[in-house]
Ligand binder design. Structure first.
Ligand SMILES: C[S@@+](CC[C@H](N)C(=O)[O-])C[C@H]1O[C@@H](n2cnc3c(N)ncnc32)[C@H](O)[C@@H]1O
Length: 334
């Protein structure tokens, strides 16, 4: 593992704006005489969590991550905060269960933050197999593989049909040359299975027309992204997790999500819009209580980082930030 301190490896994206968006949720908990409890669903190296713990001195953060290495590093880094940071190794679609395990019965969260995707730690650790720029076994499992239920990228590449591979590359990698790349990968694996990142990167490179390589970064970038999303079932898990996070919020609690991929952002947008619009059937003369929106959108559309942040932090370039506030807990009508 590299010697660089975790704090140097990762700059939290839109940090101050995330804190600003979370703050009214913390104030709502305080006004109710409660300690504000926030779930950082993607603890990573703890950049956002650290900022929150430092600025809001009564907040408790439940820091979730499926990657044990991230939890260990963040735990060490934030040890000064004692039990105000509780690390939980889990996939974030258990956000509501983790909240219930850590809150008194009937209480909700003051906030939930998601900062999606891989961390710089994961990209930097060559042996994890996320990066086309290092040669390593083709793994890409965010949970590090130990007692993992997910298959590795190498196993996935050996199993899927050419048509499935083409869809994965086109949809999750937004790869223009999905058809050509899928054909080349399938032809090559008939000969010898893929085992390393360099091997995969070289075959993708050869499949992409030379003229297309002049722009858009490394030709294998989108293929690696697509396989990482597939290996970790990132979009399915996210689609399940966001509504669960919304369920776990207290009245006045806030959801804040940073996404980096248009499909992630679409999932978040839809989940927010499902709760911020009336569910009353068209034509009903009055809106019944149970049809009223239970959230209000806090951001107008998606916010993006300013030019200075985009220039300073390449990871911020594609960031989209959305937030919503719970305005009314769903009450039983019986
Ligand atoms: C971009 S990093 C978060 C960085 C963090 N906000 C910081 O400032 O250090 C995303 C983290 O989320 C974790 N992660 C991604 N998908 C996850 C999932 N479905 N469940 C739990 N953790 C996940 C990754 O392992 C990674 O450590």
């Amino acid at each position: 593992m590299s010697e660089r301190a975790a704090s140097e490896r990762h700059v939290p994206v839109m940090r101050d704006r995330c804190l600003e968006l979370l703050r009214p949720g913390l104030d709502a908990a305080r006004a109710a005489g409660e300690t504000p409890v926030v779930v950082d669903a993607t603890l990573g190296m703890g950049g956002h969590a650290e900022a929150l713990l430092a600025v809001e001195d009564d907040v408790v953060v439940l820091g979730l991550d499926r990657d044990p290495q991230a939890l260990q590093l963040a735990g060490e880094r934030l040890s000064a905060y004692g039990d105000r940071l509780r690390g939980v190794r889990t996939v974030y679609d258990r956000v509501d269960e983790v909240a219930a395990e850590n809150l008194p019965a009937g209480r909700g969260l003051a906030g939930v933050l998601f900062d999606l995707g891989v961390s710089s730690l994961q990209l930097d650790e060559a042996e994890r197999g996320f990066a086309y720029s290092y040669d390593a076994p083709l793994d890409m499992r965010m949970d590090g593989g130990e007692d993992s239920e997910d298959e590795t990228a190498a196993e996935l590449l050996a199993r899927v049909s050419e048509a499935e591979l083409r869809t994965i590359l086109r949809e999750w990698g937004e790869e223009k040359f999905a058809g050509r790349i899928a054909r080349s990968l399938v032809a090559r694996r008939a000969d010898r299975p893929f085992a390393t990142t360099a091997d995969l990167a070289a075959v993708v490179d050869a499949a992409v027309p030379a003229a297309a390589k002049r722009t858009g970064g490394h030709p294998a970038k989108r293929t690696f992204q697509a396989l990482r999303i597939a290996v970790n079932r990132e979009l399915d898990v996210l689609a399940d997790a966001v509504p669960r996070a919304m369920d776990a919020l207290a009245d006045g609690g806030r959801l804040v999500v940073l996404s980096y991929h248009s499909l992630e952002d679409r999932i978040v947008k839809r989940a927010i819009s499902a709760r911020t619009t009336s569910s009353a059937p068209v034509g009903l003369p009055v809106e019944l209580e149970e049809h009223k929106p239970t959230f209000r959108a806090v951001t107008r559309g998606a916010e993006t980082p300013d030019d200075a942040e985009r220039a300073a932090n390449p990871r911020a370039a594609s960031a989209k930030l959305r937030s919503a506030e719970k305005i009314r807990a769903v009450r039983s009508t019986t």
